[in-house]
Design a protein around this ligand. Structure first.
Ligand code: UDP
Length: 238
């Protein structure tokens, strides 16, 4: 299966279903970006980040903002939340007996995430993990180069995690890399994921704002402005 991209403000977004996306990236390897409006906004003033997103081997529509934006442009795509896709990749790695590395979050969080993942998938082959608070990328890169994990999960927040991945991916051409934001915190049990009800109606963001009000700053005015830009793009292309 080939990629089928739809465009939003200059970024190609893949239209795979969850299963197709797992199949594609496990076969083709490379970097998965789970894109959201905050990342597009950040990339508008950061050329390097912009190029990293555009050069990614897969770009998945993570949040409701991207889904809405694509809808305005006439594309109906399924949301693929990064945390769910990350878990699907881990499960695939488990069944294929592939190796996994986790990089990111605090020491407690990454340790607990490893313990919980191994409890859920016994003998999951986690060959390396490291917390996300390090000054010297090279030390972590060298560990990755020596372990050559098939799947590398990086949770440093955007754009740090995407830049971190892009600087190493060419040296590990057979690996799959994905930036996963706050997912380790959820897997560690340190942060609760939004209940299914919120997720089903596309309001996971609302639950996260209620439980962590400082997130509001990240959403407003970024998301309304993003949607405004999308509406302008829509009219320009008519
Ligand atoms: N983080 C990290 N190193 C840093 C900054 C952040 O490991 O230098 C971790 C942080 O502990 C958290 C994750 O990155 O686990 C960022 O989560 P955030 O909620 O910002 O991500 P989102 O899911 O919103 O993209």
């Amino acid at each position: 299966m080939d990629r089928n991209l739809v465009n939003i403000l200059g970024y190609g977004v893949d239209t795979f279903s969850m299963d197709e996306a797992v199949d594609y990236i496990v076969k083709n390897h490379g970097q998965v970006v789970t894109i959201n409006p905050e990342m597009i906004e950040c990339a508008s003033s950061n050329e390097d980040f912009k190029r990293v997103i555009q050069d990614a081997e897969m770009v998945l529509p993570d949040g409701i903002g991207i889904k809405l934006g694509l809808k305005i442009l006439g594309h109906d795509v399924a949301r693929i939340p990064g945390i769910d896709f990350g878990k699907a990749l881990i499960k695939r790695a488990y069944y294929l007996k592939k190796s996994v590395a986790l990089i990111g979050a605090t020491q407690d969080v990454v340790e607990n995430a490893v313990v919980n993942l191994k409890a859920e998938l016994s003998n999951l082959n986690i060959v390396y993990y490291h917390n996300g608070y390090f000054d010297d990328n090279n030390e972590v890169y060298n560990e990755l180069l020596s372990h050559k994990p098939d799947l590398v999960l990086v949770a440093l927040g955007a754009p740090k995690q995407e830049m971190f991945i892009s600087n190493i991916k060419s040296q590990l051409p057979d690996s799959v890399f994905i930036g996963l934001g706050g997912s380790f915190d959820v897997w560690a049990g340190a942060v609760k994921r939004a209940p299914k009800f919120y997720r089903d109606i596309g309001c996971e963001w609302l639950y996260r704002v209620i439980s962590e009000p400082k997130r509001l700053k990240r959403i407003f005015p970024t998301i309304p402005l993003f949607l405004l830009k999308v509406i302008i793009e829509r009219f320009k292309s008519k």
